[in-house]
Design a protein around this ligand. Structure first.
Ligand SMILES: [Zn+2]
Length: 259
């Protein structure tokens, strides 16, 4: 006979704006309460034995913003994790652009073209059965977008920077460079910021965060207090976007990214 005292699962839910957040509660002999969002998006709460259901609910509510962001990320990542399956360039596959997900739609047309159409990445091609041709079109589209979007963010940031930071006659330059496991890097000798074109798959503030991080490195080489002070001055909420990038990394890099 099974004499273990595994209690029946305790469930709860709270309403946060229009979102309903459901969770499981596990009781343990501990003092504080911990929230975990699993890769499948499920929220699990570990609570002290004596915490009331109301206390658990209000703790979840206090961190609702964080939970929803994690769940949104988990949803995005499910298309990548555990190991991204190779692209087949078939209709229905999902693609990221500026942090949003689009489904591939292949249509037969006389002239090849790639467009975003509401939630679709639409590839028009005279050879809709030729995956190699579609791959080429999609990759070319991403390269063009990377050039445009990264340049736009980079120039926008340069315009907003405090003028004392860089000599206006010698502003940092941008180079887009495929790097196996980094979002960005910089060359202090030439005042160049190098950005990974895959950044175009991440939300705009993530792109801005990497640019700001590298620009700060042009002034302060090491990750010192001075460096972080400067980075925080240029982007007060950088931590949010750093975390978001790290969450996106499993599908982008084989090893953990660094910048
Ligand atoms: Zn760094």
């Amino acid at each position: 006979m099974d004499t273990s005292k595994k209690s029946p699962a305790e469930l709860g839910q709270v309403q946060f704006g229009s979102a309903t957040i459901a969770y499981t509660v596990e009781r343990r002999r501990r003092k504080s309460l911990a929230l975990t969002v699993y890769p499948n998006g499920q929220l699990a709460v570990v609570a002290p034995l004596e915490a009331t259901a109301e206390q658990v609910a209000s703790a979840v509510l206090r961190r609702a913003g964080w939970v929803l962001r994690q769940q949104e990320q988990a949803q995005l990542q499910q298309h990548y994790a555990p190991s991204p399956s190779p692209r087949r360039y078939l209709s229905g596959e999902s693609y990221l652009f500026l942090g949003r997900q689009y489904r591939l739609r292949i249509v037969s047309a006389t002239r090849p073209a790639v467009h975003l159409h509401s939630n679709y990445l639409q590839v028009s091609t005279p050879t809709p059965d030729d995956a190699t041709a579609i791959k080429r079109l999609v990759e070319r589209w991403y390269r063009k977008q990377a050039r445009e979007q990264l340049t736009k963010s980079f120039e926008g940031i340069l315009r907003r920077l405090p003028p004392i930071l860089f000599n206006p006659a010698d502003l940092p330059r941008l180079r887009i460079l495929r790097m196996p496991n980094r979002w960005g890097s910089c060359a202090t000798s030439t005042g160049t910021v190098q950005l990974n074109p895959d950044l175009v798959k991440t939300p705009v503030p993530c792109i801005e965060y990497v640019i700001i991080h590298e620009l700060a490195h042009l002034r302060v080489r090491r990750h010192s207090q001075e460096f972080y002070d400067l980075q925080s001055r240029l982007m007060p909420d950088w931590q949010i976007w750093e975390k978001r990038l790290q969450e996106l990394e499993p599908g982008m890099f084989e090893t953990k990214g660094q910048y």
